[in-house]
Structures are given as structure tokens and as C-alpha cells.
Write a protein that binds this ligand. Structure first.
Ligand code: SAM
Length: 219
């Protein structure tokens, strides 16, 4: 069996996962559609294939994780993506979240701190048909070169909201970022109402690996 085979069994497990996420409160149909479409097991070593459709985070290389599917869905839903939106993701990791954003019709820029993960993603994602714009480096101050963005999603836990990320949003844009200590964070949604005004909401508790870099946690 080829490593990149998407069998009826995988498709069935994926459907169950999507139903479970919907039950937990995810309503955005385009988010659910993207999760139903992308074979999450492609991002796992074949021996761990069965874990791909559990609603859990899972270890990847370099001590990092592929986020829990519900968390991916929750963050993505908060972005309220429309096709053509320009989105920045900070923390490419496995590349799964970036694929969800591409699948929803966004123009995606994604930046990863760990060279090993960046190199893996840049080789692998085109093989499965996804081509976000991928960069390696410290994304804790965003990626000003391509700003402004309709949405910015941070997939690692930050100590505070970096001001640079708000600056890189368009008016009307949304920033979704977990903020807290290095164990537990609140999901913070920031909407840029106009150049000098933001609206802020905070949700539940989540647990991410730490954001590194100048606006993140020390190594
Ligand atoms: N979105 C990823 C996925 O779909 O697999 C999950 C990412 S994992 C929870 C968080 C990622 O953020 C890790 O790969 C980590 O190396 C990366 N990261 C941490 N600090 C970063 C920074 N300052 N800039 C860019 N990436 C960073």
C-alpha cells in the first residue's frame, strides 16, 4: 500500500472526526469541509496512522506537535475566512493547518522557526497538492514583507500579543493567538476595527507548544 493512500477506512474515520468536531460546536461549513477533505494521516508516520483521526494533538519532529483537529477548527473558524483572503500563519509545524487554509481558498503565507520542520513541509506539501508560501525564521514579529493581512493565526502559545501582528492586519482583519503561560493559554481574538482601535475577545483554555523568538518565550 502506498504511503499516501487515502482508503475508505481513512475517509470513514475522517467523517467521524468531522462529526465529532461539529458536535463540539464548530459550525463553519467551509472549515468542516476542509477537514473532511484533507487526509490528516498523510502528516503522520505510517505506524501512527491510526492516531490521525483521534481528536488529539500528536508529536511531530523537533519536539513540536500537529495541533488537535478541534483546535485547528476553532482557530480557523475565528478567522472567518473568505476565498481570496490573505492569511499569515505563524508556526507551520507539519503544514496541516496551512493546508486547511489553502483548501478554504485563502492565499496563505506560513512561517516556521525550526529549520527541520520547514524543510520537511516545503518538500512534502506540494506532493499532496498544497502550495502555501513557506518561510523559515522567527515569525513572532510577523512577516511584514507581505502585510497587510486579512487574518493572522498563531499556532504556538505567546506570553503577550505582539503589537507588530496588530500592525500587520488590514482594517477589518482578525488575529487569533493563544496567550498565557507555557502550559495553558486563552485563545485571544483581536479584530482591527480601524487603524487605532481594536476589539478583543477571549475563549476557553488551550494548550500549545511555546512561541519562540524575540516576542516569544526564551529557549
Ligand atoms: N500549525 C501546525 C500544524 O498544523 O502542524 C502546528 C504547529 S505547532 C503546535 C507550533 C509550531 O510553531 C511549531 O512547529 C514551532 O516550531 C513553531 N514556532 C514556535 N515559535 C515560532 C516562531 N517564533 N516563528 C515561527 N514558528 C514558530
Amino acid at each position: 500500500m502506498s504511503e499516501l493512500e487515502d482508503t475508505y477506512k481513512h475517509k470513514g474515520l475522517r467523517k467521524q472526526l468531522v462529526l465529532g468536531i461539529a458536535k463540539k460546536g464548530i459550525k463553519d461549513k467551509s472549515v468542516l469541509h476542509a477537514i473532511n477533505k484533507i487526509p490528516r494521516h498523510f502528516f503522520f508516520d505510517k505506524i501512527f496512522d491510526v492516531h490521525a483521526y483521534e481528536d488529539k494533538a500528536f508529536p511531530i519532529d523537533a519536539g513540536q506537535t500537529i495541533s488537535q483537529p478541534y483546535t485547528v477548527a476553532f482557530q480557523t473558524q475565528l478567522l472567518q475566512i473568505k476565498p481570496g483572503d490573505q492569511i499569515l500563519e505563524i508556526g507551520t509545524g507539519s503544514g496541516y493547518q496551512a493546508c486547511v487554509l489553502v483548501e478554504m481558498g485563502a492565499k496563505v503565507y506560513t512561517i516556521e522557526y525550526q529549520k527541520k520542520l520547514y524543510q520537511k513541509a516545503i518538500r512534502f506539501l506540494p506532493k499532496i497538492g498544497y502550495q502555501p508560501h513557506m518561510y523559515q525564521g522567527d515569525g513572532s514579529k510577523g512577516l511584514p514583507r507581505f502585510a497587510p493581512y486579512d487574518g493572522i493565526i498563531v499556532t504556538a502559545g505567546a506570553p503577550t500579543v505582539p503589537e507588530e501582528l496588530i500592525q500587520q492586519l488590514k482594517v477589518g482583519g482578525r488575529l487569533v493567538i493563544p496567550v498565557g503561560n507555557d502550559d495553558i493559554q486563552s485563545m485571544v481574538l483581536i479584530q482591527k476595527v480601524d487603524e487605532n482601535k481594536i476589539k478583543k475577545k477571549q475563549f476557553d483554555h488551550f494548550s500549545f507548544v511555546p512561541l519562540r523568538g524575540v516576542k516569544g518565550w526564551k529557549e
